[in-house]
Design a protein around this ligand. Structure first.
Ligand code: MG
Length: 241
């Protein structure tokens, strides 16, 4: 079924359950990061980004940042509990980036996503990602899509450290400001009702994505699609102000 939306100055997309299988994250990416965490902390602990993340975990735990055993144990526990902690997201992003570049990981995209993103890109619609996964993880995931690089189609990336939590209206207001866009000309695609509600509260257009085989909240109120091909969308003709 086709879903028609008002012209947009950008399409902002969630990843898990929207462009990509959430199951892939839990069954492939999380276990990969879990297995690699201790080695990563040991080998990259002197590098600025990793050192900063370790210091943040140490501070939250109330231990010295040299207590890598306790820090790694906490990071692994956060993975097991699916806690969206910023330092964990940072380290996972770095670990996955290396996994992709080594060819040990490939990302998952639903079949309709790569061709539709290319169509939208060619139509002149800016494409934006907003995911709780770090920007580094987002870019790595899109750069290593099964049928080639998609990251080059993405004009901007936001995560919880740059935009704020996904279920809060202010995060969407912040993104609209960063994009210099009118809220009503932004379209958010997500599988989570609370995220759609937050975006709508910020004045955005929203469409729920119900993917086969994925679990998600009931998307009441918002129009629903099960494939990006169902979306009829045009670029806003008036320039952003
Ligand atoms: Mg999602």
């Amino acid at each position: 079924m086709k879903v028609h939306v008002e012209p947009v100055s950008a399409i902002v997309m969630d990843i898990e359950g929207t462009t990509s299988s959430a199951r892939h994250v839990y069954e492939v990416l999380f276990p990969y990061a879990r297995a690699a965490m201790a080695t990563w902390v040991e080998q990259h602990g002197d590098e600025p980004v990793t050192r900063k993340a370790i210091a943040e975990v140490a501070e939250q735990l109330g231990v010295e940042s040299t207590d890598t055993a306790a820090i790694v144990a906490q990071l692994v526990q956060w993975i097991d509990d699916d806690v969206k902690a910023a330092p964990l997201k940072t380290l996972q992003g770095l670990i996955w980036q290396e996994g992709y570049s080594r060819g040990e990981l490939t990302s998952h995209m639903f079949d309709d996503v790569p061709p539709t993103l290319r169509t939208w890109h060619i139509a002149g619609i800016p494409l934006v990602i907003y995911s709780s996964g770090s920007v580094a993880a987002q870019k790595a995931l899109f750069a290593h899509a099964p049928d080639g690089d998609l990251d080059s189609l993405i004009g901007a990336n936001f995560d919880i450290t740059t935009a704020g939590p996904k279920r809060e209206r202010d995060s969407y207001t912040r993104i609209a400001q960063a994009l210099n866009a009118k809220p009503e000309q932004l379209l958010f695609l997500s599988d989570i009702q609370a995220e759609l509600d937050a975006a709508r509260a910020a004045g955005w257009q929203v469409v729920g994505v119900l993917r086969e085989g994925e679990t998600q909240a009931t998307a009441s109120g918002a129009p629903l699609i099960s494939s990006f091909t169902e979306l009829e969308v045009l670029p806003a003709s008036e320039p952003d102000c």
